[in-house]
Design a protein around this ligand. Structure first.
Ligand SMILES: C[S@@+](CC[C@H](N)C(=O)[O-])C[C@H]1O[C@@H](n2cnc3c(N)ncnc32)[C@H](O)[C@@H]1O
Length: 365
């Protein structure tokens, strides 16, 4: 096998990045936008000693789950990974991936919360631009190229409208800040307001969930889990604006995030939760009071020292929401005194390989 060679493939499975995996040549080959059971030929784009990455050129056997993608950009766009399948099968593939990661927790079969809609849901998108190349679009991390997406189908209608206008007669070139030859722009729609922000740190104005309808479903699940409980103390780590705990019944809540927010009826503490001294500072503030419930919703990197946090707070219940199941399973596998009671797969990012997971844990008696 060598670069640009056309090689045969037979897809055995799909990996956690949504790529088909073929093992019929001398190297394990990863081919995006193919499905289990499919056969054909692919062009080798990159290779390492034991693996290769290829692009599907021809299909000779197609999966019964294959559908034609409604998106005109799907073949080249790095944003979506599953628009060549029906939605039920996309969910099955995601569940398979989650089951494989959480195989050491066989007693907590994940409950699947499907998305309300597969398209037109994102309330925030980020584009990269290059004035010299006259290009704006999503950046493909594999080759650093900018892929133009005037008709992105996962953006909400309000954003899709702005996006279209950006591309009309290259209108975006008139909007780029003066003397800026390359950078990024964020287009977002939040609380009925449209904002366009050039070259600011991502998620300017603070984090907010990108899929509002599924965020409502996530919160509804948390409300069900905590129904009938009136907590003395809730600790919400990576709290943002308190999205996940605002509706819970508590006497006291301590919400921690790196960006300060004022939350009614709670102590908001601004801390870097990855700094070693934070756990001691919080410990001093808690004055040995046990937390009834600890909610956490970290960025992709998870919380490696979750065990330390739990041994400090002695939280009776834990609700861990995650956008990266790999780091979540790493964190909960290291816990000494907790059992996993429930797992959830919440499809907050349909059409892509991403999904949200939630683990409900209880302290051992
Ligand atoms: C996935 S968001 C969750 C926010 C909130 N729970 C929600 O549902 O909207 C992760 C949050 O972690 C915060 N964060 C990122 N790095 C952090 C750090 N080092 N220390 C504390 N908070 C951090 C971000 O500001 C963001 O609000």
């Amino acid at each position: 096998m060598s670069l640009n060679n056309i090689v045969p493939f037979h897809i055995e499975s799909v990996d956690s990045l949504g790529q088909g995996v073929s093992k019929i040549t001398d190297k394990i080959t990863f081919i995006p936008k193919t499905l289990p059971g499919e056969k054909g030929a692919a062009r080798v784009l990159a290779e390492k000693s034991k693996i290769a990455f290829a692009q599907c050129e021809k299909l000779t056997t197609t999966s019964p789950h294959r559908v034609s993608s409604p998106c005109p950009h799907f073949a080249t766009c790095p944003g979506c990974h599953y628009l060549h399948t029906d939605y039920q099968y996309e969910l099955e593939l995601k569940l398979k991936s989650m089951n494989s990661l959480f195989r050491n927790f066989p007693d907590a079969a994940p409950q699947v919360i499907a998305s309300t809609q597969r398209l037109h849901y994102r309330n925030r998108i980020q584009l990269h631009y290059d004035v010299r190349k006259q290009k704006i679009g999503f950046r493909d991390a594999k080759n650093n190229r900018i892929v133009e997406v005037p008709e992105c189908l996962i953006a909400r209608a309000e954003i899709a409208q702005v996006l279209k206008s950006f591309y009309q007669n290259q209108h975006w070139l008139k909007l780029v800040p003066k003397n800026s030859m390359s950078g990024h722009v964020e287009i977002y729609y939040h609380q009925q307001q449209m904002k366009i922000s050039w070259n600011q740190p991502y998620a300017e104005g603070g984090f907010s969930q990108v899929h509002e309808e599924m965020n409502a479903k996530l919160k509804a699940e948390i409300e069900k889990i905590t129904q009938g409980k009136n907590y003395d103390l809730v600790l919400d780590l990576f709290a943002g604006d308190g999205n996940l705990s605002n509706k819970l019944a508590f006497k006291r809540r301590i919400a921690v995030d790196i960006y300060p927010k004022k939350l009614p009826g709670s102590d908001f503490v601004s801390h870097n939760l990855y700094a070693a001294e934070t756990i001691k500072k919080l410990n001093a503030q808690l004055k040995n009071q046990q937390a009834d419930l600890l909610i956490l919703d970290p960025p992709r990197s998870g919380l490696k020292n979750l065990d330390e946090w739990l041994e400090m707070t002695k939280a009776h219940e834990v609700i861990y929401v995650s956008c990266d199941p790999h780091t979540q399973v790493r964190d909960i596998s290291a816990l000494k005194n907790y059992v996993v009671k429930e797992l959830y797969l919440l499809d907050l990012f349909p059409s892509t390989f991403h999904f949200e997971t939630m683990a409900v844990l209880e302290r051992k008696k």
